[in-house]
Write a new protein. Structure first.
Length: 295
């Protein structure tokens, strides 16, 4: 196969493939049906033309038959007048007209046969067209049902062209959403770590470390001041620790006694009220003593 032949074959195959994809079976069936109807119309037109031609021959035949009758009368009149020569001419014309009539009759008979054949073919073609119309509608219904079923199946499975575009859109949306979520989390993490402040500040790492130490020192100093105001600081004679332990032990003993008294108070409400007052007084005295020892 030469280059030109191969090129021609490739072009024809490509064009055929394009036509197959572009072809709509329903449109093809409708077009074929219209073509058959056009052929039927042509056949009907041919029958009409043939019938017209036959009618013309029949009219011509009637005129010749009238001329035959006229020539026959002329021959009779000539014989009655002893004009044999005129009678002979009239008979000759009569004979010529009769010959033409025979030829016309043969042509008319042929036209009748042709007309009958055309009418028969027309009837057969019309029946085929009706059958084709029924099959066409059935095929169109089947094709449309199959096409609808295919579209539904493609939509459900997501393998159609449009559904593929939708699936890709969903995938792209998911990717963008995940990307934005990751970016948002990254921004939150950077903000919590102070990276944004570090990036906007002109201080170096040493300055930030010294500033942190200074802040811690100020906090420690303020804490010591608060302890001194509340009497929880260290005493100058070094007895604060011992006094604190004694106070804590005494408070624990008082709390134990209070718990035992609370248990008894559940059994006797009236006695419990008096005991609560006594315990409150004792607790206040113990706290006062503990404050004096700390001071």
């Amino acid at each position: 196969m030469g280059i030109l032949s191969r090129a021609s074959y490739v072009v024809r195959s490509k064009v055929n493939a394009l036509l197959n994809r572009a072809e709509d079976p329903t449109e093809s069936l409708d077009y074929s049906y219209e073509q058959m109807r056009d052929e039927l119309q042509d056949v009907k037109q041919g029958i009409a033309d043939l019938t017209t031609q036959k009618k013309r021959l029949e009219i011509q035949k009637r005129k010749l038959e009238e001329n035959v009758e006229k020539h026959n009368r002329q021959a009779r009149e000539a014989v009655q007048q002893d004009r044999d020569d005129l009678a002979r001419k009239a008979l000759e014309k009569k004979k010529s007209k009769m010959t033409q009539i025979e030829e016309l009759e043969g042509q008319i008979a042929d036209l009748n046969n042709t007309q009958e054949q055309l009418v028969e073919k027309k009837n057969k073609l019309q029946n085929r067209i009706e059958e084709f119309r029924t099959k066409k509608e059935t095929m169109k219904a089947r094709y449309e049902a199959a096409e609808a079923s295919t579209r539904v199946s493609e939509a459900m499975t997501g393998v159609g062209d449009e559904m593929e575009d939708v699936s890709r859109s969903i995938e792209r949306a998911e990717e963008r959403t995940e990307e934005m979520e990751a970016r948002s989390e990254a921004m939150d993490e950077l903000e919590d770590s102070g990276a944004f402040e570090d990036a906007l500040s002109d201080k170096d790492s040493i300055d930030r470390e010294l500033e942190s130490l200074s802040t811690n020192s100020e906090v420690d100093a303020e804490l010591e001041t608060l302890k001194g105001e509340l009497g929880k600081g260290e005493s100058s004679n070094g007895e604060a620790a011992v006094s604190d332990e004694d106070v804590d032990a005494e408070l624990e003993d008082i709390e134990s006694e209070i718990d035992a008294d609370d248990l008894e108070s559940d059994l006797d409400g009236d006695a419990n009220a008096d005991l609560d007052e006594e315990l409150d007084v004792e607790l206040e005295e113990s706290e006062s003593q503990a404050d004096e020892k700390r001071n």
